[in-house]
Design a protein around this ligand. Structure first.
Ligand SMILES: Nc1ncnc2c1ncn2[C@@H]1O[C@H](COP(=O)(O)OP(=O)(O)OP(=O)(O)O)[C@@H](O)[C@H]1O
Length: 513
């Protein structure tokens, strides 16, 4: 075990509500999991657990790993520390108790692309946020909220944005549920507490009625202010719970004896106090594209080699780029570096709506169902793509395009039903041509190749929207979903002799991630 600092020891020894603050690497997580283990060992009754909540799945994995690596935590204590994301914990409560606030018994999660599609009509009426005055923006938000509520209560489709609010209503309205929660989790640790939104804070307050709360926070690292994290949140916590307050301050055990933290903070303010920083190296790139990318690959490989040589299993290497386009270029280069350099494994973080919805279109065409409603389904998915690809800020043009496509399809179908040929100038013509071309593709049973063959038909066709979809679908691999998707499609091919369920597989893959 690390030698805990005197302040960390205070955290370990303190009973009751606590607020622990400190900068990056000051040891908040370390001491909190040791505290969790101590509680598990000394105070929990059979069946009870300590709950550790964090915002991101990546953090959950890191915390689980830190618990595994901590020699001083016995397997028995380990099994009584539960680590989860705020969202997943809220979802679990909603699934089991949501009916108490009037939700249907069966509820499902509405994915962000699904939410974008559902709210597209309202968003279309108002246009982009930046063009609205305060009153219009407030009205738009109120209508979006009302639609989310309607989807939740009438259709049982719950989107992320409602999770915390619904759980707050649940817990505030039921003393029994608060008691039940406290019986299961008598102590709850909140990571990154500075980032809790107003609704999440209501949940925390309700839980604190019966549970012991430990809030970990770095006031300097508030990153969710734009969605409601309040600078005064720590004061709210102090006022509500009078916790023991421990400041671990700027101790930095992670990158001791370096200026990395100082440099990071100064990058954010663009205000540099030194010409040299311990632990930081600068390297200029030639302005010529190819040389610049070659230099990037060389630097990445060298940095990776240095990290591997440290023997630490938990290293990571971040590459920051200024634009999405650049991210794809860099990702492409790392996948296929120059010469004989093998691919460099990496993950890119991109907005997911466009690629996910584009993947649905490709999946539909992979099915080669050759049914009567193929064209209707294809146009429907194209409209979903247009409505959802802009996320919470869809462009007017996309939304208008979706309506035009739907109208054109209706006309197309009317003419066919009346035994007449569709108009030669209909926007549906090039879509029908791509559909036909995709049905002629001879599938090989290799999802990678077949996927690319279908994507090429979209890219080569005359429909600009399908070309955009082909382009966005190139980003699917950046979502780190490629492997799972490929395996399931392979299995589908083996079992059915074709990709009969490609669309369901793609939809499921996206929902589960
Ligand atoms: N008292 C200590 N002495 C030496 N190393 C420590 C001490 N406390 C923590 N560490 C180590 O410092 C590193 C960072 O600690 P930890 O992850 O707990 O910090 P943190 O405050 O949670 O950071 P962040 O807010 O960035 O997640 C870990 O590798 C941990 O093992």
């Amino acid at each position: 075990m690390v030698d805990l600092t005197p302040k960390q020891q205070i955290v370990l020894a303190t009973v009751g509500h606590q607020l622990v603050t400190g900068g990056p690497g000051s040891g908040k997580t370390t001491v909190s999991i040791l505290k969790a283990a101590k509680i598990a060992r000394e105070t929990l009754k059979p069946g009870q657990r300590v709950l550790f909540l964090s915002f991101a799945r990546a953090t959950v994995s890191c915390v689980l790993k830190a618990i595994d690596d901590e020699q001083d935590i016995s397997p028995a204590d380990r099994s009584r520390i539960e680590v989860d994301t705020y969202h997943n914990f809220f979802w679990r409560l909603l699934k089991t108790h949501g009916y108490l606030v009037g939700l249907p018994r069966r509820i499902s999660f509405l994915t962000p692309p699904g939410e974008a599609i559902a709210l597209a009509a309202i968003r279309r009426e108002y246009g982009a946020d930046k063009k609205l005055d305060d009153a219009e923006l407030a009205e738009k938000r109120t209508r979006e909220k009302a639609e989310r509520e309607r989807l939740a209560f009438a259709e049982g489709k719950i989107c992320f944005d409602l999770f915390a609010d619904l759980v707050a209503r649940l817990l505030e309205g039921s003393a029994k549920l608060r008691a039940l929660t406290a019986i299961t989790w008598p102590c709850i640790i909140f990571d990154e507490f500075q980032d809790t939104s107003a609704a999440q804070w209501r949940v925390v307050k309700a839980l604190g009625d019966r549970c012991t709360l430990i809030a970990l926070a770095d006031p300097e690292q508030r990153i969710f202010e734009f969605i409601g994290a309040d600078p005064a949140r720590l004061d709210h916590f102090k006022a509500a719970f009078a916790p023991t307050f421990t400041e671990l301050g700027s101790d930095n055990h992670r990158s001791k004896d370096t200026d990395i933290l100082l440099f990071g903070n100064e990058v954010l303010t663009a205000n540099f106090s030194k010409s040299e920083y311990a632990g930081i190296a600068f390297c200029g790139f030639p302005s010529n594209r190819n040389q610049a990318y070659a230099a990037l690959v060389t630097q990445v490989l060298q940095a990776r080699a240095r990290l591997i040589a440290t023997g630490r299993p938990d290293w990571s290497l971040a590459i920051l780029v200024p634009t999405k386009r650049m991210m794809r270029i860099v990702s492409d280069i790392l996948r296929e570096p120059f010469g004989n350099v093998p691919a460099i494994a990496h993950a890119a973080s991109i907005d997911m709506e466009g690629p996910i919805l584009a993947a649905d279109v490709i999946a539909l065409l992979l099915q080669q169902a050759c049914g009567a409603d193929d064209l209707d389904q294809l146009v429907h998915l194209m409209c979903q793509y247009l409505r959802g690809r802009g996320g919470s800020d869809p462009s007017k043009r996309d939304l208008g395009d979706a309506v035009r496509l739907e109208r054109a399809l209706a006309k197309w179908n009317q003419r066919i039903a009346a035994g007449r040929a569709p108009h030669a100038s209909s926007v549906i013509q090039p879509i029908a041509a791509v559909l036909y071309a995709s049905q002629q593709v001879v599938m090989l049973g290799d999802p990678d190749k077949d996927w690319i063959a279908i994507r090429a038909k979209l890219a080569d066709g005359e429909c600009p929207r399908l070309r955009a979809i082909a382009n966005d679908a190139r980003n699917v691999r950046l979502l780190e979903r490629g492997n799972m998707l490929r395996k399931t499609l392979e299995q589908n091919w083996r079992e059915r002799g074709r990709y009969a369920d490609a669309l369901d597989i793609t939809l499921l893959d996206v929902t589960e991630n």
